[in-house]
Ligand binder design. Sequence first.
Ligand code: SAM
Length: 196
Amino acid sequence: MQTAEKNRSAKLLDWRYGLVADHIEDRQRVLDLGAGTGWVGKRLIERKESDVSLVDVIDCNETDLPLTVYDGKKIPFGDKTFDIVTFVVVLHHAVKQEEILTEAARVARRKTILVEDTPKNVLEHCIDRACDAVTSFEHGFYNPASYRNVMQWRSVFKKLRLPLIHEHTIKPFFPFYYTKAVFVRDVAGSAATTGE
Ligand SMILES: C[S@@+](CC[C@H](N)C(=O)[O-])C[C@H]1O[C@@H](n2cnc3c(N)ncnc32)[C@H](O)[C@@H]1O
């Protein structure tokens, strides 16, 4: 294990990895969009033999994998280049979320997997903001705190005609209560499954 990752919470990264890995088959081609430090993508390579591309609007990559920096609008790959596009706690750092999701749908042959903080009240919103302020300061992430709750994300997927096959509200990693959710859009699917 590399030193930078030792200093980071391996448990938190394992947990994030597990949230997307459940929806990814072995040896698929994955775009980790908003890859950040790169540790989730690294796990996909090591544990699922995924062919992973890391892309972000800044470079705070701590792994030995190549990372492509892009303008946050046009993903620099052709249509259907990837089987899967993942967003792991990324889109609340972006303002034009619908445009980015549409771009992701363009480059994904199959799935878009969205893991998001989905605060459902003022307290959860404050907790999310506080946690994000710390990591954003550490890495220099743009932090507009553009959270949506579960209903609002459902509406976005519906509006963009991206059919959800799975939606899952997650128990928090931290000891205090706040909500995250996983949404999986699949071009081959239509009926959504939901779970807590
Ligand atoms: C909280 S970090 C998550 C990093 C990584 N996905 C993980 O789980 O460890 C959010 C990341 O989203 C990136 N980001 C913000 N706006 C973006 C955009 N429009 N497109 C892609 N990535 C973006 C940030 O630069 C940052 O690396």
